[in-house]
Design a protein around this ligand. Structure first.
Ligand code: HPA
Length: 235
């Protein structure tokens, strides 16, 4: 069995999948953190691997950028491959004033300007929310890792280049940071009765005109991976 976007066979993919946006990041994680990784997908270059971490099977697969892309890959993982848990690992722009470069954000909930949720035809606005089981494990892992972390609401935006310059308005509502995928992931998880979490490192502060260097991004990314992998294997 395969899908139009994934050549994996049922059983090739672990119950828990880590999802970076960049497929080359997926390859890097597989090669540096997993034991005996096997590549299960190369369709459209959206690489996916399964290996073990501390003896527990874990997969890692790129999601691409934006909600339409993560919407497709996470839908298929949850509904075609019996995946139970997806942990997105990505970068964010800071919105809240106390969120600094290199901080970790654990997204309890996501606001969004996307129409992704319209498909559910709900008579109101849905609030995409993380799995408490994954969230509470990630908080424990972040504490154990000594990371500076924040837990709260983020913005999943359809626009990276935003003509409306609306970040100050989201800041007034206590939103921690901006990224482009989590809302669709959380909605797919809810609809499938599965679990999702998004863990982010802050790569830039758009309101302050600050950004991290390539080396800083690499080292904070490695730190976040440890949190995500410990979350993936925690009982
Ligand atoms: N906007 C949207 N997504 C992002 C950003 C941003 O400023 N930084 C990292 N991901």
């Amino acid at each position: 069995m395969s899908t139009p976007h994934n050549s994996a066979k049922k059983g090739d993919i672990a119950k828990t999948v880590l999802m970076p946006g960049d497929p080359l990041r997926a390859k890097f994680i597989a090669e540096n953190f997993l034991t005996d990784p096997v590549c299960y997908n190369e369709v459209r270059g959206m690489l996916g691997f399964t290996g073990t971490y501390k003896g527990v099977p874990v997969s890692v697969q790129g999601s691409g950028m934006g909600m339409p892309s993560i919407g497709i890959y996470s839908y298929e993982l949850f509904n075609e491959y019996d995946v139970e848990n997806i942990i997105r690992v990505g970068t964010a722009g800071a919105i809240a004033d106390n969120v600094q470069l290199r901080d970790v954000i654990i997204a309890m909930s996501t606001s969004t300007n996307s129409a992704y949720g319209d498909q559910y035809r709900l008579p109101g606005k849905y609030a995409p929310t993380a799995s408490w089981a994954l969230l509470s494990k990630a908080v424990e892992a972040a504490k154990a890792n000594g990371s500076r972390y924040h837990v709260g609401n983020i913005l999943s935006s359809d626009t990276f280049y935003d003509d409306a310059n609306s970040l100050a308005d989201w800041q007034k509502m206590g939103v921690l940071g901006i990224e482009m995928e989590a809302a669709a992931l959380y909605m797919n998880a809810a609809r499938a009765g599965k679990n999702a979490l998004c863990i982010l490192t802050v790569s830039d502060c758009p309101l302050k005109g600050l950004s991290t260097s390539a080396e800083e991004r690499q080292s904070t990314f490695l730190d976040m991976m440890k949190i995500a992998l410990e979350t993936a294997i925690a009982d």
